[in-house]
Design a protein around this ligand. Structure first.
Ligand code: SF4
Length: 362
């Protein structure tokens, strides 16, 4: 019966038990949770879906995360780095399609050449678009100086997923070495926030060893960290990784998908005015996965603008879709008929009210 969660949804503050109860609510109750989250999204950040054109700059990565197909030890993929012209062309494509922002993502690399190149690209893209195209970076753990240089060049959002806010779980899905320290990840997130970026993080839902309690703690972590943006998605195995060896069970994937919808809805109810991504991983499990995530409170999508010939090389998880191609007649790749009432936030950065509020609190 819907009444089971109705009283929870009316609470001003959701505690641990309340979050857990929502996460575990029945299939009959879930639509009420989703509708409430969507209404809160409409009220606090509007009924717009903002677009971040994704540019997967390079799949060269110094790390070896146990779940990731791009990991250093996976010798089955062809490594690539986009040329300067290819990045600029993709950015101009986003601009011409009236995207408000792009997101540049890459395997982790802290070499001087890499940091210099990103700095120059950010600066050039801002100049080429008269400062109109917003730039999100998702380039992993870097030094304070590097974060600052990229910020000064014109990047204004940074996404660094914690992946698992429980340190114990984090250690189970990463190699146990100095390159993969939980404490370092946390420190970087704080540095990103201090540098002035709109700061995003996120987790994987349905990781091996993950408990429902871990997911509750993930929500609390994001609330307490006061993030501005969240990108989370279901864990999907990649067979060329240590965590992918178990193989994929479709029914299990569907459970992860359903849990992710609940995580999105709960986070929206708790953090009303942040940006939440409807991830491509959702689309991997369900062709309408992103639209369903939007119906549960998400408000951002990241259509892929990486030149098509490189996309097979950026399979962080397996089965990443070939993407509905974006073009002038469908710039988001979304089926807008499935999300009535939502409009595309074109030519707008789509900054979160949360970010301004967070700065004012200081
Ligand atoms: S998750 Fe990121 S840092 Fe880890 S191996 Fe994959 S690309 Fe590298």
């Amino acid at each position: 019966m819907a009444s089971g969660i109705a009283s929870l949804l009316d609470r001003k503050v959701l505690d641990r038990d309340g979050i857990l109860a929502l996460l575990q609510c029945s299939e009959d109750e879930a639509p009420l949770l989703f509708r409430r989250a969507a209404a809160i999204r409409d009220r606090y950040v509007g009924n717009h879906v903002y677009l971040r054109g994704l540019i997967e700059y390079s799949n060269i990565c110094g790390k070896n995360c146990l779940y990731c197909g791009v990991r250093r030890d996976n010798d089955k993929i062809v490594r690539y780095t986009l040329t300067r012209d290819e990045v600029l062309e993709a950015a101009m494509n986003a601009y011409n399609l009236r995207f408000g922002s792009i997101a540049i993502q890459s395997g982790e690399n802290s070499s001087n050449n890499f940091t210099d190149t990103i700095e120059e690209l950010v600066r050039t893209i801002r100049q080429m678009t008269d400062g109109k195209l917003g730039i999100t970076l998702s380039l992993g753990e870097q030094s304070r100086e590097t974060y600052k240089r990229w910020y000064d060049a014109g990047a204004h959002r940074y996404l660094l997923r914690i992946e698992a806010s429980s340190e114990a779980l984090y250690r189970r899905v990463h190699p146990d070495d100095d390159m993969h320290r939980y404490s370092r990840r946390l420190e970087c997130l704080k540095t990103i926030q201090e540098t002035g970026y709109q700061t995003g993080t996120g987790v994987m839902v349905g990781l091996p060893y993950q408990t429902m309690g871990d997911l509750v703690d993930d929500v609390i972590f994001m609330r307490d960290f006061d993030i501005d943006m969240c990108g989370m998605g279901p864990f999907i195995e990649h067979s060329d990784t240590p965590l992918g060896k178990r193989g994929t069970d479709n029914l299990f994937l569907r459970e992860r998908f359903n849990l992710t919808l609940r995580m999105i809805a709960i986070l929206r109810i708790i953090m009303k005015d942040i940006n939440i991504v409807a991830s491509t991983a959702m689309q991997t499990i369900d062709p309408a996965g992103r639209e369903k995530a939007i119906s549960c409170g998400a408000n951002v999508v990241m259509p892929n603008l990486t030149p098509a010939r490189y996309r097979a090389g950026y399979q962080i998880y397996e089965g990443k879709p070939g993407y509905r191609e974006v073009n002038e007649s469908n710039v988001s790749g979304l089926n807008l008929d499935l999300i009535p009432g939502m409009t595309l936030g074109l030519e707008a950065w789509g900054d979160t009210p949360h970010f301004g509020r967070r700065l004012n609190k200081k």
